[in-house]
Design a protein around this ligand. Structure first.
Ligand SMILES: [Zn+2]
Length: 303
């Protein structure tokens, strides 16, 4: 009840910039308006990740940003209520999604569309329970190149058997949702894009995985780019965009993607949200002379 109340209080009062930031109570859900859309960030706390996964950075720089040697780790899903649809972007690791939906007064049956940024386990974990669909009425949107990768037997066979679990999980999901699958080709970030669904554009932002996509929500002159895992370790990867992760599929490509995104959102003053971005899970990227800075969204909790 307390969480519900806090969610209601936070609701609608997040405006960028200007308002004073206020501390969040753990377990609360940040909700903002993006034009006519209401966007809630459903966040799961997972165990910290060791900084050993960071590649391409000097030890003293890693130490500066993560003195404990650990990267705090959350995984977010974005719940979007449009005037006529309820849409979920990613489904987290499967540990907190259902309780977060409940706190948001949403039943799984009410979800119309699920958009995936990519098919790593920490983003698709909420789709199945005991190998059954959790969202019986939802269409599942997967970027075509992402689908192709996880269905590729040769790619799977390159991994030792112990490491094939993500392939098995992705294929199980594809099988269970086969009658509700929608495959699409994301647009280029700087090109002219068409709506994937009304008010949602998809952009190819590859490198973390082969077919990773970001989603741009646009409504009434407001916008939000949900960049998935293009910049998962924000503290170090905004000042040092060339730091990659051990599990990026193509480090060179992910660095290029990241630079393109920073350029695009800073130039167009677009609010961003990320799947591993801690509270308040959203913010803006500003360009200072030679580097970029992340400015967290200011949340004002009205009393
Ligand atoms: Zn992830």
């Amino acid at each position: 009840m307390r969480n519900l109340l806090l969610s209601l209080i936070i609701l609608f009062v997040a405006i960028y910039p200007g308002n004073r930031a206020t501390a969040q109570e753990s377990g609360s859900i940040v909700t903002i308006e993006v034009g006519d859309f209401e966007v809630s960030v459903l966040s799961e706390k997972l165990p910290d990740v060791t900084t050993d996964v960071l590649i391409g950075s000097k030890k003293d720089i890693v130490q500066k940003y993560y003195p404990e040697g650990a990267i705090p780790f959350v995984v977010n899903s974005f719940l979007v209520r449009t005037p006529d649809k309820i849409i979920l972007i990613d489904t987290g690791a499967g540990q907190g999604l259902l309780s977060n939906l409940k706190k948001s007064d949403i039943e799984p049956e009410q979800i119309d569309i699920i958009l995936l940024t990519h098919m790593h386990s920490d983003h698709i974990g909420g789709l199945l329970q005991d190998n059954e669909t959790v969202f019986p009425n939802a269409a599942l949107y997967i970027p075509q190149p992402e689908y192709d990768y996880w269905m590729n037997d040769e790619a799977m066979s390159l991994l030792p058997e112990d490491y094939q679990g993500n392939f098995i999980q992705a294929r199980e999901i594809i099988k269970v949702y086969k009658n509700k699958l929608y495959l699409f080709t994301p647009d280029k970030l700087e090109g002219k894009a068409s709506d994937l669904i009304s008010g949602f554009k998809s952009y190819a932002t590859c490198g973390h995985t082969h077919g990773h996509a970001a989603y741009l929500l646009e409504s009434n002159q407001s916008s939000l780019l949900i960049w998935g895992d293009a910049i998962p370790a924000i503290d170090i990867q905004v000042p040092y965009p060339d730091v990659t992760l051990a599990f990026d599929s193509d480090p060179e490509q992910v660095i290029q993607t990241r630079t393109e995104i920073f350029e695009y959102v800073s130039k167009n003053n677009i609010l961003i949200g990320g799947m591993h971005l801690g509270y308040p899970h959203m913010g803006k990227i500003e360009k200072n002379q030679n580097n970029y800075v992340f400015i967290p969204l200011n949340i004002n909790i009205s009393k």
